[in-house]
Ligand binder design. Structure first.
Ligand code: ATR
Length: 279
């Protein structure tokens, strides 16, 4: 990595807007990439209470901010504040990246890209036919959109609250809601988007033995990296893809949108992020 770029009169900034935001790993990732690519910029955590979002976003734009990421609870609330929202963000109904350019605010959603890129990298032989998505929250919306765009012929959505799974079927002509515990015997891909398995949460308990031997299992949870679901899948000899890749690749796309440079995602970066997580 080159020597630190000094902050001077030409330094620009980006950041992550959230409430709370202190847990965010994005500053560590983006500041590292700025150094690696000799970009005179800094990336800051920006704690913003929900009621202040409508005044903060235009203000950031008017003071030369390059762009921001949005995290909980702002991904949906930011949409009406933007001048332009791209097709993927519109379909998902959430924006995680804003590009600020010539006084205009451009909204994107790089979560779907990040999810798919991570899966392609981690499981290149993955079959794009039948997928099962567990959960029906915000993360599931991005995952279902990515799977639709990747050409899956069947996207089953399984959720504790069945009605929410039904509502998400509007995202894809290929999607249908299924009852918890049913229909896993012929899927090529199983994705956990629930919070189960996350540090401090109960594990996701599911019998994976009916899954075909070529099935890929992935979890969007990355803390811990090896969730009980992934450990069980691995024990069964299935291909697994952990959740860290989605975090890194959604960030990579955001960085690309702001600076026109594709930053490196490699083992060293993964290690740095895992260290931040205490793993
Ligand atoms: P996110 O935006 O990260 O997706 P979310 O919108 O709060 O978070 O969604 C959390 C998901 O985890 C939901 O699908 C939720 O199921 P419900 O829709 O029934 O609430 C799921 N989830 C959370 N705790 C769960 C539990 N104990 N058992 C099963 N599913 C659970």
């Amino acid at each position: 990595m080159p020597d630190n770029i000094p902050i001077n009169g030409r330094t620009v900034f980006a950041g992550v807007v959230g409430w709370p935001v202190s847990h965010s790993l994005s500053p560590a990732i983006h500041n590292r990439w700025m150094q690696e690519n000799s970009i005179n910029a800094v990336y800051l955590p920006l704690p913003v209470e929900p009621e202040n979002l409508p005044s903060v976003i235009p203000a950031l734009s008017s003071m030369g901010c390059v762009g921001v990421n949005l995290t909980i609870p702002h991904k949906e609330q930011v949409l009406p504040l933007l001048d332009h929202v791209d097709d993927v963000a519109k379909r998902i109904g959430a924006c995680n990246t804003v590009v600020m350019k010539e006084g205009k605010l451009h909204g994107h959603n790089t979560d779907a890209y990040g999810f798919w890129k991570s899966l392609e990298q981690g499981a290149p032989a993955l079959k794009r036919d039948k997928a099962l998505v567990l959960g029906a929250g915000g993360a599931a919306r991005a995952v279902i959109t990515a799977l639709h765009d990747a050409g899956y012929s069947e996207i089953r959505i399984m959720n504790r609250t069945y009605e929410k799974a039904q509502a998400l079927c509007a995202l894809s002509s290929q999607a249908r809601a299924v009852l918890w515990g049913s229909g896993i015997d012929d899927v090529d891909l199983l994705v956990n988007t629930t919070s189960l398995g996350m540090k401090g949460q109960p594990p996701l308990e599911m019998d994976l033995s009916p899954l075909p031997s070529h099935a890929v299992v992935t979890d969007i949870v990355y803390n811990p990296l090896h969730t009980p679901l992934l450990l069980l899948a691995k024990q069964q000899g299935l291909t697994v893809v952990d959740g860290l890749g989605m975090l890194l690749y959604q960030a990579q796309k955001a960085f690309e949108l702001w600076f026109g440079v594709t930053p490196r995602v490699d083992e060293t970066l993964r290690k740095t992020v895992l260290e931040q997580l205490g793993q």
